[in-house]
Design a protein around this ligand. Structure first.
Ligand code: PEP
Length: 243
């Protein structure tokens, strides 16, 4: 069971230090769940330092595919690894929708991050229009097949996929456990790696989502920004993995 918190463009370095110090204290002794935080680039160093030895891992929110080069504004996977970051999100729907990330560029980012030894959480999910048009299965198939093609067999143990229906991200509208399970079962049939659900996960709905047979964890946005709600979701993850 893996619970990852995507902070998006929230928290300064100073806020990161106090959040991580509190998180570390509150999760001490919580077993049966892997916990990851994904701060903005400017907070990664502080998060790694404050969480060192706690078992809580620090991932970036994106990574480029090259080791270095003329790519203004980008960060190489090896630069992340050097400061103790152990993985990265890739292809979050905000990257796909607001920053023109495609299946092709996402695949290259996933390949680059895995080649550098990082873990990857690759995101997929349909928009509301696609769901209403009955396109969910085709969209997921296309996105997951692009990811699968980018990953060598020996790197698969460092890959997880997050199913994040775009209509559920930051909207308070969560997929029902049945909708999440149906999408996860499809994804599992295409690529058998740990599958996280993301989209308005909160302490109130975490138990029913995390106990679905093909749900192996959660990618949490808004509710990962407060220690209380993030810890409650991590505890739900621990309960689900014991059930
Ligand atoms: C996310 O950003 O990946 C996400 C799932 O956000 P939220 O939990 O706020 O819907």
């Amino acid at each position: 069971m893996l619970i990852a918190g995507n902070w998006k463009m929230f928290k300064t370095a100073a806020q990161t230090i106090s959040f991580c110090a509190e998180l570390r204290k509150r999760l001490h002794g919580v077993r049966d769940v892997e916990v990851v935080v994904c701060p903005p680039y400017t907070s990664l160093d502080e998060a790694v330092r404050v969480l060192a030895g706690s078992g809580i891992e620090v991932f970036a929110q994106n990574a480029h595919w090259e080791r270095e080069g003329a790519f203004t504004g980008e960060i190489a996977p090896a630069m992340l690894a050097e400061i103790g970051v152990t993985g990265s999100l890739v292809a979050h729907s905000e990257r796909r929708q607001l920053f023109a990330e495609t299946d092709g560029s996402s695949a290259r980012r996933i390949g680059g991050a895995l080649d550098a030894g990082l873990r990857v959480i690759a995101c997929v999910g349909e928009t509301e229009t696609e769901r209403e048009a009955g396109e969910t299965e085709n969209v997921l198939r296309r996105q997951v097949e692009a990811i699968a093609a980018a990953v060598d067999e020996e790197d698969r143990n460092r890959l997880a996929v997050a199913y994040e229906p775009v209509w559920a991200i930051g909207t308070g509208r969560t997929a029902t456990p049945e909708q999440a399970e149906e999408a996860h079962a499809l994804i599992r049939s295409l690529l058998d790696v740990p599958l996280l659900y993301g989209g308005s996960v909160k302490p109130e709905n975490a138990d029913e989502l995390l106990t679905q047979p093909d749900v192996d964890g959660a990618l949490v946005g808004g509710a990962s920004l407060e220690v209380d709600s993030f810890v409650a979701i991590c505890e739900a993850g621990a309960r689900a993995s014991r059930s």
